[in-house]
Design a binder for this molecule. Structure first.
Ligand code: NAI
Length: 481
């Protein structure tokens, strides 16, 4: 078996934590119970690009139990939990000397070159076979296939010349090298792929963009917008893991501090609530009047970042947008202000601008924590700020991401979406879809008893009065929760 992880001897530790996580992931366990015998994913070759954590290990082994062959990479250079990766490679039956699990290509602290090499490895099977399904988080695996097909048509040299960032250059270099090795691969991969199931807001945006421009090559299921994903993982998951990341990185008391949350979508709502829970005075920034009004009615001050920079101790970006915190703003921050991003990509904070700022000094405190000191601007010493995870998503870089129970909701949607696309391919022409509401309700239902929830049942009269079936779905598709 081919694989590349940090240290296989961590497998035992990983296996023990996977065992603990399984108990907290009733949705995935129910999938194993329900589909373990019928194996609806037999024949599926799933290329997974999603943070290689303990929770993801439970997802991977669920996909395997349902019949799939799987290869996995992480979707972020810092998010892999090395013990989880090792345990998945060794597998439930294997040993460190004789691993029998799933090929994983992921370790904490990859370089960009290594990251894109890993992403490439998940798409090709030994003996010349290719993936026929993608399970993506942020859309990097999907993007690589699309760029590969483009590069095959037009050549990669012009793209290399026009690359706008270091990362883009690395991607094009990977394509350049792979095309030099075997010129016809990417179109073959794209033709094999039946579809992609996409985990997060940012990846879903990319899918809808490609669909609008007519460049999307295969169908996608938008898992993010299952209610039991975005209204749970994005919100309650970040409510847990934002604070976890700040504490592990800095150990600074949050109570009494002024914390700014940029963006009051699902992620921002969870972040603001958790910071308030710690006793911070929370200020929200927004560009959308509806979300700004929501934040105000939830009791937060809503301002612009420029207005509150002089008082802000902690600044968190949660927008999925670019350049939300500029290097010019970083220079005006308080001494030792903490700056961190919980959105998907590292361009929310202008890290490129910070790295290239003349005279700025970076001191690494410990992995994923850096202190940056600006030079004097002629009016006294330059300020010092603390940046987490190099501007990449800090809840997975500085902590261990969301806990198992909330990920069970997200990943049960992923499993259902994979089954849906793989077994009913003909019903999904190229386009972007969400799972039907009855499945969303089913995911929630699978998680109720673990929390001791007793659900009230509709009577037949009440159901008729509301105009819904007794067994659901209970809401129309446009209901917003
Ligand atoms: P969302 O679309 O619900 O919320 C983003 C909010 O940011 C919107 O309300 C938007 O109006 C606002 N916004 C955009 N530009 C802004 C600006 N310049 N200043 C202030 N506000 C601005 O998206 P969601 O689901 O909250 O996701 C946000 C990001 O977090 C995405 O990149 C998503 O992929 C990522 N994500 C990260 C997770 C993690 O574990 N770290 C979990 C789930 C999502």
């Amino acid at each position: 078996m081919d694989f590349k992880v940090a240290d296989l001897s961590l497998a035992d530790y990983g296996r023990t934590e996977i065992g603990l996580a399984e108990h907290e992931m009733p949705g995935l366990m129910a999938m194993r119970e329900r589909y373990g015998d019928s194996k609806p994913l037999a024949g599926a070759r799933i290329a997974g690009s999603l943070h290689m954590t303990i929770q993801t290990a439970v997802l991977i082994e669920t996909l395997v139990d349902l019949g799939a062959e799987v290869r996995w990479a992480s979707c972020n250079i810092f998010s892999t939990q090395d013990h989880a990766a090792a345990a998945v490679v060794v597998g439930r039956e294997g040993t460190v000397e004789n691993p029998q699990g799933v090929p994983v290509f992921a370790w904490k602290g990859e370089s960009l070159e290594e990251y894109w090499w890993c992403t490439q490895q998940i798409l090709q099977w030994p003996e010349g076979a290719f993936a026929n399904m993608i399970l993506d988080d942020g859309g990097d695996a999907t993007m690589l296939v699309h760029l590969g097909v483009d590069a095959e048509k037009t050549g990669v040299a012009p793209a290399l010349d026009s690359a706008k960032s270091v990362e883009q250059r690395v991607v094009f270099q990977v394509l350049h090298d792979s095309l030099a090795a075997d010129g016809s691969r990417w179109t073959t991969i794209a033709n094999e792929i039946k579809g992609v199931t996409e985990e997060t807001t940012t990846g879903v945006l990319r899918l809808y963009d490609m669909m609008r421009e007519g460049s999307l090559l295969f169908p996608g299921i938008n898992v993010n917008d299952s209610v039991t994903k975005s209204k749970f993982d994005n919100k309650y998951g970040c409510r847990h893991s934002l604070i976890d990341g700040i504490n592990r990185a800095t150990d600074v008391l949050i109570g009494g501090k002024v914390a700014v949350v940029c963006g009051y979508g699902d992620v921002g709502k969870g972040c603001a609530e958790s910071l308030r829970g710690q006793g911070a005075r929370v200020i929200v920034t927004e560009i959308d009047p509806i979300c700004a009004l929501q934040a105000a009615m939830d009791g937060y001050q809503v301002s612009t970042l420029d207005e509150v920079l002089p008082v802000a101790d902690i600044i968190i970006t949660a927008t999925g947008n670019m350049n939300v915190v500029t290097v010019e703003q970083m220079q005006r921050m308080k001494f030792q202000a903490i700056v961190a991003n919980i959105g998907h990509f590292d361009n929310e904070i202008d890290m490129a601008g910070l790295e290239n700022f003349p005279g700025v000094v970076r001191k690494n405190v410990k992995p994923q924590v850096d202190v940056w000191t600006f030079p004097s601007n002629g009016k006294g010493a330059g300020t010092t700020i603390i940046v987490l995870s190099e501007g990449r998503l800090m809840n997975l870089g500085n902590a261990t991401g969301h806990p198992s129970f909330v990920m069970s909701n997200s990943f049960t949607n992923q499993v259902l979406a994979q089954i849906e696309l793989f077994t009913k391919t003909d019903e999904y022409p190229t386009g972007v879809y969400v799972l039907p509401k009855h499945l969303d309700e089913e995911v929630a239902r699978l998680h109720l008893s673990a929390l001791g929830v007793s659900l009230t049942e509709l009577t037949a009269d009440q159901a008729a009065y509301l105009g819904v079936p007794v067994s659901g779905p209970y809401k129309s598709d446009h209901y917003r929760y």
